[in-house]
Design a protein around this ligand. Structure first.
Ligand SMILES: Cc1cc2nc3c(=O)[nH]c(=O)nc-3n(C[C@H](O)[C@H](O)[C@H](O)COP(=O)(O)OP(=O)(O)OC[C@H]3O[C@@H](n4cnc5c(N)ncnc54)[C@H](O)[C@@H]3O)c2cc1C
Length: 529
């Protein structure tokens, strides 16, 4: 509690300093006390100039990462300008951080963090020297990793960065990715009925066939706003009406989640869906939509090194033990040790898990049958990404585009080189074609389907591409079916009773972003004290 108080104090302190009209000397003194060392007044004041837009960035569309999945809005929209407030946040964050470390070390407790994705890295950073981070793979980053092959760089599908938390914004932009950030004006599209339109669909009907526009408008006006909410389908019909449901929301979500919207619980993500007013829908239908309304216009992306450079930046901040190629094969909460695949046992006082919840229960010694049963109900959707590197052929420019129609077996195509041209050789364009599925798939067949789709949409000239390969993320999206919420609660309650913290998208078994993973790792560390 005192730690949280410390942070709260810091924020108030920063604001008070600002209100009192601190000059550069006062701020310099503040930063001089920071162990970051590199934080200078000059650097902060000039930071805004480090931002650039890559070629091709436009103002045409805007939404958030969450919107990318559901037509959602969760993040505030702000330019990454460094202000006195963000400078103070960074200094305050530093003070709070050392406080947590001191408390944990005073208690003599060694913490183990399992999983070196963003959540695990943020947690380990917070815990400092009193922590051992165990990562199964040969390098950290988890989903936040980038592969370079034949001059093309691919993340584990495009990872676009939004940050709303002031401390996190400051850490990302002034420390982990300092001098290495592009601010990109988003261009997200939808391809349906042979037309490219702007995302989100419900704000941008203009250009679609007249019958579709009429269906959506009439359905919106006639929607039953009192409809009971039993599932995702009810949520969509209640808020958007049957035209939007039929032409976009149902087919898109059913493709992404591999089940019907009736099988998804209303908590599947509905709370994030931007709900237009009648004014918004009509304006969108007439081509008068205002991009600035309601959703993010920009995101961050590293200038060099792909999204993995964020994880690399974080690693530099770790002061505890980091062990890669260290897969945990069992956890014994009673004897308080974990066992690695090599047979090595490591003791812990405190434990933070960032690995998928069902996998946790599989390796947890002595979990009660009810907990194992609950974990068996937790389902996820896999994503196989077909990565294509091709010569630029003048197709529709976009950062990513959604494909609701059943005739396309993929739900989304990203184009990383449109976000940052450094991700492809000169004169080339890259595509990440995303297929969701459950169970195994035939990767070679998906590569062929991806090429068919790219040709059909005019994005590549022919099958003679430079690079084509497929990678699978086995646990990509939590499937929010009707069994999920109760099963998740049973498992989380049990872990909590064992004194085990969870963090991250898969440890918490939720739908969330990179920033959420960072924040939850930080919070899990703070909860240990
Ligand atoms: C298709 C897709 C697209 C996305 N796009 C975006 C985006 O554009 N913007 C955005 O903000 N977010 C995006 N996200 C979300 C983002 O990837 C996650 O929120 C974030 O990376 C999760 O980090 P994490 O640390 O919680 O989990 P992970 O990155 O999964 O890290 C978990 C780590 O645990 C390790 N591990 C697993 N088992 C063991 C074991 N037994 N022992 C030791 N280590 C183990 C794994 O190797 C991994 O490194 C996307 C996610 C997906 C699936």
């Amino acid at each position: 509690m005192a730690g949280r108080g410390g942070v709260a104090f810091g924020v108030a302190f920063g604001a008070a300093g600002f209100a009192a009209g601190w000059g550069a000397a006062g701020l310099a003194a503040l930063f001089g006390a920071s162990p970051f060392g590199r934080c200078t007044v000059k650097g902060f004041l000039h930071f805004g100039h480090l931002m650039e837009r890559p070629a091709g960035g436009t103002r045409e569309s805007s939404s958030s990462y969450a919107a990318a999945q559901f037509g959602q809005e969760i993040f505030t929209r702000r330019r990454p300008e460094v202000t006195l407030a963000s400078a103070c946040c960074l200094a305050n964050e530093t003070a709070g951080l050392s406080w947590y470390r001191r408390v944990l070390m005073r208690r003599g407790g060694r913490a183990i963090v399992i999983g070196g994705g963003l959540a695990g890295l943020a947690c380990a950073r917070e815990l400092g020297a009193a922590c051992t981070l165990l990562e199964a793979e040969d390098r950290v980053g988890g989903l936040c990793r980038t592969e370079v092959i034949e001059g093309f760089s691919f993340d584990w599908t495009g990872h676009w960065l939004h940050a709303r938390d002031p401390e996190m914004r400051a850490l990302i932009s002034e420390r982990w990715l300092a001098g290495n950030i592009l601010e990109v004006q988003r261009r997200a599209l939808i391809y349906s009925e042979g037309v490219w339109t702007t995302f989100p669909y419900q704000f941008h009907l203009h250009g679609l066939p007249a019958q579709t526009v009429a269906d959506c408008l009439i359905g919106f006006v006639k929607r039953d706003t009192e409809r009971p909410l039993r599932n995702a389908a009810d949520f969509i019909l209640r808020n958007l009406g049957d035209g939007f449901a039929r032409h976009f929301m149902f087919p898109y979500n059913e493709k992404l989640y591999t089940v019907s919207c009736e099988e998804l619980s209303p908590e599947w993500g509905g709370r994030f869906i931007p709900r237009p007013s009648l004014d918004d829908v009509v304006r969108g239908a007439l081509g008068l939509a205002r991009d600035e309304v309601g959703y993010n216009a920009t995101f961050w992306y590293p200038r060099q090194g792909g999204i993995e450079s964020l994880a690399r930046g974080l690693v530099k901040d770790l002061s505890g033990d980091l062990r890669t190629s260290a897969r945990v094969e069992s956890i014994d909460p009673g004897r308080r040790h974990v066992t690695l695949a090599t047979g090595e046992e490591i003791s812990f006082e405190r434990l933070v898990l960032t690995i998928p919840l069902p996998a946790v229960v599989r390796i947890l010694a002595d979990a009660p049958a009810a907990v194992r049963e609950a974990a068996s109900w937790l389902q996820a959707v896999s994503v196989t990404v077909v990565e294509i590197g091709a010569r630029e052929s003048g197709g529709e420019p976009f950062h990513w585009a959604y494909f609701p129609e059943a005739r396309f077996p993929f739900y989304r195509i990203g184009s990383p080189s449109q976000v940052n041209p450094a991700l492809a050789p000169p004169g080339c364009r890259s595509f990440a074609v995303e297929f969701s599925h459950r169970g195994t798939i035939d990767k070679a067949a998906l590569i062929e389907k991806a090429l068919d789709g790219l040709i059909e949409c005019g994005l590549i000239a022919d099958r003679n591409v430079i690079l084509k390969r497929a990678r699978t993320i086995p646990v990509a999206y939590v499937l929010f079916d009707h069994a999920c919420a109760a099963a998740r609660t049973t498992v989380l309650d049990y872990l909590s009773a064992q004194g085990i913290q969870v963090a991250g998208r898969y440890g918490r078994w939720e739908y969330s972003s990179m920033e959420d993973a960072l924040l939850s790792g930080r919070e899990a560390a703070r909860a240990l004290t």
